[in-house]
Design a protein around this ligand. Structure first.
Ligand SMILES: [Zn+2]
Length: 281
């Protein structure tokens, strides 16, 4: 709050009179909006993310907890992962005055005219803002440098990695000179970064196929063997919330591979396991 308020002051923004555009519902992007927004403020939000913000938190988490349980996430660690999850601790309250934005909507601010571009993937309702005459892309967590955006599977019906890769293609051809992301550094060459991100996910998909070469496994076991760029010596030392993110990321990749026909699922008792298709060629 202190950092944000001082940043807004530096830009001479009176936040009590401001409207807010939120790229996506994650707590590190939306958490303070209920504190900052004055009465009558418009808060622009993508449809799917707005629905989650409006839904009861219990409903949203219950669904995910049941799924994690089915995928082998240890019972004693689920409570810890959820308890320390930033989304639980810092999400905005659900009585916000949300205005749903969609592809092609335009939002003007001074001499900027931003175009909304729906970019589902990182979250289902993620939206970027593009200013064509100034060649600026405000991209939230769609494209980041130094780190890769977390692609997780919050709902079994979705193929979030496929959506994400399509959303990368969707912004690839835009004429952009300056990218303003939600984390780390500002950057310029979005095309180069998109190519790197696509290679990263391809490497992840290959890694999972090779892990499944050892035989059928549940999602938690698969996640524990993937390579994570994190300062802990072993999977067992990861804080439960990090295991939760890793697990979601593994699941998003498994869902993608499943729709490609490269892995299959099976229910063994109460447990969901995956195995790789054996190639005959
Ligand atoms: Zn995010």
């Amino acid at each position: 709050m202190a950092a944000l308020v001082s940043g807004l002051k530096e830009c001479s923004v009176d936040w009590s009179q401001a409207d807010f555009f939120i790229t996506h519902m994650h707590a590190d992007h939306a958490g303070l909006v209920s504190t900052l927004a004055g009465e009558g403020a418009i808060i622009y939000f993508g449809r799917a993310d707005a629905e989650i913000i409006r839904s009861t938190a219990t409903e949203h988490w219950e669904k995910q907890i049941n799924f994690a349980r089915k995928c082998g996430f240890p019972e004693e660690e689920i409570a810890k992962a959820i308890g320390s999850h930033p989304g639980r601790r810092y999400s905005p309250n659900n009585s916000l005055n949300l205005c749903v934005s969609k592809d092609g909507d335009r939002i003007s601010a001074d001499d900027y005219l931003f175009e909304c571009i729906e970019t589902p993937g990182h979250t289902e309702g993620h939206i970027c803002l593009y200013e064509p005459s100034k060649k600026i892309l405000i991209c939230g967590d769609h494209i980041l440098v130094d780190i890769t955006p977390n692609i997780t599977l919050a709902s079994e019906e979705r193929n979030s990695l496929k959506e994400y890769l399509m959303s990368l293609d969707k912004v690839y051809d835009l004429d952009v000179e300056l990218v303003l992301p939600g984390h780390r550094s500002i950057f310029r060459n979005h095309k180069e970064r998109i190519r790197e991100l696509k290679q990263h996910h391809q490497a992840r998909l290959n890694e999972i196929i090779s892990i499944l070469g050892k035989g059928r496994q549940n999602v938690f076991q698969i996640a524990s063997q993937m390579t994570w760029d994190i300062d802990y010596k072993s999977w067992d030392l990861f804080p439960p919330a990090q295991k939760w993110f890793a697990f979601g990321e593994a699941m998003a990749h498994l869902k993608y591979l499943e729709e490609e026909g490269k892995v299959e699922r099976q229910i063994e008792g109460q447990e969901l396991v995956f195995f790789a298709e054996v190639s005959n060629d």
